[in-house]
Design a protein around this ligand. Structure first.
Ligand code: HAM
Length: 426
C-alpha cells in the first residue's frame, strides 16, 4: 500500500502554485506599500503561549490544537495561528525599541485539528499582519483597508462585517446582561452554549446551531454597552472607512473565535465557499502584549486564509496563472547540442526562463516539448546553424522565424538573444 498524506493535509501541486505565488506576491507588494515588514516565527511554540492568548475555553484551545510532549517532556504545540507567536517574538526580542509602532507581517502554515471539509484543512496557510503600538482608530481603518485592497488587487469580492467588542471597562456589563438573557432561555440552548454561558458567554453568539441562533435574535447588543471611549473609537473607524470608500456592514453578533480581541473586530466573508465563508478576519487586542509580559502597547491585525483565496480564484474562470518559458532551445547533432548546453546556461544567467531537451529527442519531439512547456520562443541550433554562426528564433505564437547571425563567441550570444526577445515581446 502506498503512503498517503494525512487527512486534512494537502499538497499544493505545480499546476496550482502559480495562483499561490500570484496571491502571495500581490499581498507582499501591498504590505510593503503600507509600510509593513516581514517577520518569520517558528511553527512550534510552548503550548502555554496559545492557551494564554487564544483562551482556554475557545474551540481552538479546547479541541483543535496539535499538542504533544517533546523528547524532554515539555508540552509543545504546532501554531494554530500567527498572532501569539508574533507577539511573543516582539516581546522576547524587544522589537518595541525599533520604534513605537511596529507593522509586521508573516506568511506560513498553521495547524488546527478541525473536521476537514471544503475550505477547511488541518494544515492551512495564513498571511497575517499585526500593528503593535498604536491606539489610533485610523490604524484600524488602515489595516481593514489594506485587507480590502488585497482582495481588490487579486480580483475577489467579499463583504466586510465589522463590530466592536468593547474593552475591560465596558465588556463586563455586557457579559452580565448576556448571561441574564441566556439564563432565561437556558433549557433551549445546546449543551455547548449551556456550558459556555457560564465560562465564556460571548462565545455562544458564534454557535452554529440554528436553534440557538433563533434564540439569540433578541439577545442584547454589545454596541449598546460600549463605554464612551470605545464608542468614539468605533464611530471614528466607521467614518474613516467611509472616507476611504471601504464598504462595510455592522454585525453586532460577530464575536470571533479567539478570546484576545478588544474593540474593533472584522471579517471578510464570501458566499461562494459554502460554510467556510470567512476568507479573512481580525481585530484589536489591546491588553494582550502586557498580559504576555510585554509593555502596555495596543495591537491590531488580521489573517487571510490562503487556501480559501486560491479556491475562490480558481472557481473564477480566469486565465491560468502559469509561468511561460521564455524559450525552448532545440538542438540537432552532437556538436550543436553540446554548444547549446553552454548557451542554455548563459541564457539563464541573462535572466531568461529557458529549457532544452536532455533526453536525445528528435527535432519534431523537441518542438512538441516547446509547445507543451508553453514556450514563447523556440531557439533552433543545428549543425548547419552552428557552422554558419547563426541561430533561428521562432515566435511560437505567430510562427514567424528569424535568423540571427553572430560574430562573437557562443557564450555571448545569450545577450543578443535576450535583447531580440525583449524587443519582440514589446
Ligand atoms: P482566524 O479567524 O482564526 O483568525 O483565522 C483567520 C483566517 O484563517 C480565517 O478567516 C480563514 O480564512 C483562515 N482559516 C482559519 N482556519 C482555517 C482552516 N482550518 N482551514 C483553512 N483556512 C482557515 C486568526 O487566526 C487571527 N490570528 C487573526 C488575527 C491576526 N487577528 C489579529 N491579528
Amino acid at each position: 500500500m502506498s503512503i498517503k498524506a494525512l487527512k486534512g493535509f494537502k499538497d499544493i501541486l505545480p499546476d496550482e502554485v502559480g495562483l499561490w505565488q500570484f496571491i502571495e506576491q500581490t499581498a507582499r507588494d501591498i504590505f510593503h506599500r503600507y509600510g509593513f515588514e516581514e517577520i518569520k516565527v517558528p511553527i512550534l511554540e510552548k503550548t502555554e503561549l496559545f492557551v494564554r492568548t487564544i483562551g482556554d475555553s475557545t474551540d481552538i484551545v479546547e479541541k483543535e490544537m496539535y499538542t504533544f510532549l517533546d523528547r524532554n517532556g515539555s508540552s509543545i504545540t504546532m501554531r494554530p495561528e500567527g498572532t501569539a507567536s508574533v507577539i511573543r517574538s516582539y516581546i522576547e526580542n524587544g522589537l518595541y525599541v525599533r520604534g513605537s509602532v511596529q507593522r509586521l507581517y508573516t506568511i506560513g502554515p498553521m495547524f488546527r485539528h478541525e473536521r476537514p471539509q471544503k475550505g477547511r484543512l488541518r494544515q492551512f496557510h495564513q498571511m497575517s499582519v499585526e500593528v503593535l503600538g498604536s491606539n489610533s482608530a485610523k490604524i484600524d481603518t488602515e489595516v481593514v483597508a489594506m485587507a480590502w485592497q488585497i482582495l481588490q488587487e487579486i480580483g475577489l469580492q467579499a463583504s466586510l462585517e465589522i463590530n466592536s467588542l468593547g474593552c475591560a471597562a465596558c465588556r463586563p456589563s455586557f457579559k452580565e446582561a448576556l448571561q441574564g438573557f441566556l439564563q432565561e432561555r437556558f433549557q433551549h440552548l445546546c449543551e455547548d452554549c449551556k456550558r459556555r454561558s457560564n465560562i465564556n458567554p460571548l462565545r455562544v453568539l458564534d454557535c452554529k446551531s440554528e436553534n440557538c441562533q433563533a434564540q439569540y435574535v433578541s439577545a442584547p447588543s454589545i454596541l449598546k454597552y460600549l463605554c464612551g471611549a470605545c464608542s468614539d473609537h468605533f464611530e471614528e473607524v466607521k467614518q474613516t472607512l467611509s472616507l476611504v470608500d471601504v464598504p462595510y456592514a455592522v454585525n453586532a453578533k460577530m464575536v470571533r473565535g479567539l478570546d484576545y480581541y478588544t474593540r474593533t473586530t472584522f471579517e471578510l466573508i464570501t458566499s461562494e465557499l459554502g460554510a467556510q465563508g470567512a476568507i479573512g478576519a481580525g481585530g484589536r487586542y489591546d491588553g494582550l502584549v502586557r498580559q504576555l509580559g510585554g509593555p502596555d502597547v495596543p495591537g491590531i491585525g488580521f489573517a487571510m486564509g490562503m487556501e480559501r483565496l486560491v479556491m475562490l480564484l480558481s472557481q473564477k474562470d480566469q486565465v491560468e496563472i502559469r509561468p511561460a518559458l521564455d524559450l525552448f532551445l532545440v538542438t540537432l547533432g552532437e556538436a550543436a547540442t553540446e554548444k547549446g548546453f553552454v548557451l542554455l546556461q548563459a541564457l539563464r544567467s541573462q535572466g531568461l526562463r529557458a529549457m532544452m531537451d536532455q533526453e536525445g529527442r528528435s527535432l519534431k519531439n523537441q518542438m512538441k516539448q516547446a509547445d507543451k512547456q508553453n514556450a514563447k520562443f523556440a531557439l533552433i541550433l543545428g549543425e548547419h546553424e552552428l557552422a554558419n554562426r547563426e541561430v533561428a528564433l521562432k515566435d511560437m505564437r505567430s510562427g514567424e522565424q528569424e535568423l540571427i547571425e553572430f560574430t562573437a563567441a557562443i557564450e555571448d550570444w545569450a545577450d543578443v538573444i535576450k535583447t531580440k526577445i525583449k524587443q519582440q515581446l514589446k
